[in-house]
Design a binder for this molecule. Structure first.
Ligand SMILES: Nc1nc2c(ncn2[C@@H]2O[C@H](COP(=O)(O)OP(=O)(O)OP(=O)(O)O)[C@@H](O)[C@H]2O)c(=O)[nH]1
Ligand SMILES: [Mg+2]
Length: 245
């Protein structure tokens, strides 16, 4: 997080993590598609000449967000995806440095259950090593590849979402389905956590929910925080829970 209050400029870093070939790059590509050229830079893919991510993908976005009672502010968002291949653990950890929120892209296929679990525990270990352990870092869970056969059932995801502290979303990243919802949710959660003491909303003039709605509106996404909550599995995305009493 980098906040320049004099310039009214906030920068956030979001990292897509998850098991090999789960759809991290597909999420970032779908975001690229969903954002008008005026609001985004080039999608950087430092890959190996194959479809596999070797270092990372990175999509930079910049928005001027209006507020009701203050001047507009500039929001810079950078979406990264880490390489999934097991050999690239060090690169994953480096890309996670300075992260504000993680989207964990799980592969819904039954045969990938073990790979999801291994990737999630590596993520937890890396965050701990980077001093971002515990439950302090916002994470949104996404079960991708909902279009395939032999996947974890909706009932199973519901049970999981009910138990989980993280919100859970469904997606078909290659068709862009669920990608914007997951992204807007992680941005809203990051905002809510940064605003626990009300400083961010005082400085920039928007609370988490209004900020996320304003961001979606600036992106010309026909989407609100309430839509994201409705789309989440078992209503597991609940911003009120983040804001706290
Ligand atoms: N059917 C289906 N295929 C998908 C979906 N999302 C991604 N894929 C496919 O899964 C493969 C891997 O997708 P990527 O987005 O490259 O996955 P990744 O997690 O970035 O992979 P690594 O960076 O190598 O770990 C590609 O062939 C995608 O087309 C989905 O929702 N449904
Ligand atoms: Mg990739």
């Amino acid at each position: 997080m980098n906040l320049n209050s004099a310039a009214r400029e906030l920068s956030l870093k979001i990292v897509y993590c998850g098991p090999p070939l789960g759809g991290k790059t597909s999420n970032v590509k779908a975001l690229h598609q969903a954002v008008a050229p005026a609001h985004r830079g080039r999608l950087m893919s430092l890959d190996s000449g194959t479809d596999r991510t070797r270092f990372f993908d990175m999509l930079p976005m910049a928005l001027i967000v209006p507020t009701p009672h203050q001047a507009p502010f500039t929001l810079r968002l950078r979406a990264f995806s880490v390489p999934g291949q097991l050999a690239h653990a060090t690169t994953r950890k480096v890309v996670l440095e300075g992260v504000d929120g993680v989207v964990f892209v799980a592969d819904s296929r039954l045969e990938e259950t073990q790979a999801n679990a291994a990737s999630f525990s590596e993520l937890r270990a890396h965050l701990t090593e980077l001093g971002r352990g515990g439950r302090s870092l916002p994470i949104a869970m996404q079960f991708n590849k909902r279009d395939l056969a032999e996947i974890r059932s909706d009932e199973e995801l519901e049970a999981l979402a009910t138990e989980s502290l993280e919100p859970v979303f469904r997606a078909v990243a290659i068709r862009g389905e669920g990608v914007r919802e997951t992204f807007l949710a992680i941005v809203a959660i990051i905002w809510a956590r940064l605003d626990r003491r009300g400083q961010l909303s005082q400085l920039l003039g928007l609370n988490a929910s209004d900020a996320a709605d304003a961001i979606a509106h600036s992106l010309r996404w026909n989407l609100t925080v309430a839509d994201c909550a409705a789309a989440s599995v078992a209503q597991s995305f609940d911003l009120a829970r983040e804001v706290g009493p």
